[in-house]
Design a binder for this molecule. Structure first.
Ligand code: MD3
Ligand code: FE
Length: 203
């Protein structure tokens, strides 16, 4: 709590909350769980256009996207197996940073070179009173955040490996996205790129 800074109303930032050793440990946790719940490439509702990011989930509920829409579901869309549990490092992070009920979902986004995420709101959760807590691992990313309306001013922030950001209260419905990643800025992720882990309460 002591070292966090509020960079906008409801946006709390911890620079390198995880040091290199902790990043490596968390990465190993993610890569081990990825064997049970492999990354897959979601497609856009309606037009079926593939995402440039690959995704998987940990926890009771996983966020998925396919031609029929966005939703949370208890099983992996390709393997049909339940998502693995959220690793303790991340439940500890949630319990330390977010007040309220336990996290139900850890969405894992994998950005290889060239991947991005367009400006969007996260509003598929019923628990909009709970914050979202995000951990970045690997290459730097240019993150963009605006307000609760699609139009209007936005701010850019570089997210680096080990950084943690929490979005709650007035920021929970802010539009946000990843403009690009900066390839080669970290040696953490095998094969290069960036992992983002977002913890959420869904129900
Ligand atoms: C602000 N992920 O998975 S993390 C997402 O880096 C997502 O992969 C990005 O946006 C990434 O939905 C950004 C930061 C983030 C996550 C959730 C938010 C910012 C947010 C929810 C509300 C407001
Ligand atoms: Fe988002």
């Amino acid at each position: 709590m002591v070292s966090r800074i509020e960079i906008a109303p409801g946006v709390y930032f911890w620079r390198e909350k995880f040091n290199r050793a902790a990043q490596e440990k968390l990465l190993q946790d993610v890569l081990a769980l990825e064997k049970q719940a492999p990354f897959y490439r979601p497609v856009m509702p309606g037009n079926g256009k593939p995402f440039s990011v690959e995704e998987t989930n940990f926890g009771a509920l996983g966020w998925v996207s396919d031609k029929s829409g966005y939703r949370y579901q208890p099983r992996h869309p390709v393997t049909d197996k339940p998502w693995p549990a959220i690793p303790p490092t991340l439940t500890d992070l949630w319990n330390e940073t977010a007040d309220g009920p336990e996290a139900e979902c850890c969405l894992v986004n994998l950005y290889r070179a060239g991947a991005r995420m367009g400006l969007h709101q996260d509003k598929d959760e019923k628990a909009l009173g709970s914050p979202v807590v995000s951990v970045s691992l690997g290459d730097d990313a240019i993150f963009r955040i605006g307000g609760a309306a699609r139009r209007g001013p936005t701010k850019s922030l570089k997210l680096a490996t080990g950084d943690v950001v929490m979005f709650g209260g007035p920021a929970r419905l802010a539009y946000h996205g990843i403009d690009r990643i900066l390839p080669g800025t970290s040696t953490l992720v095998p094969g290069g790129g960036r992992l983002n882990l977002t913890l959420r309460r869904v129900t």
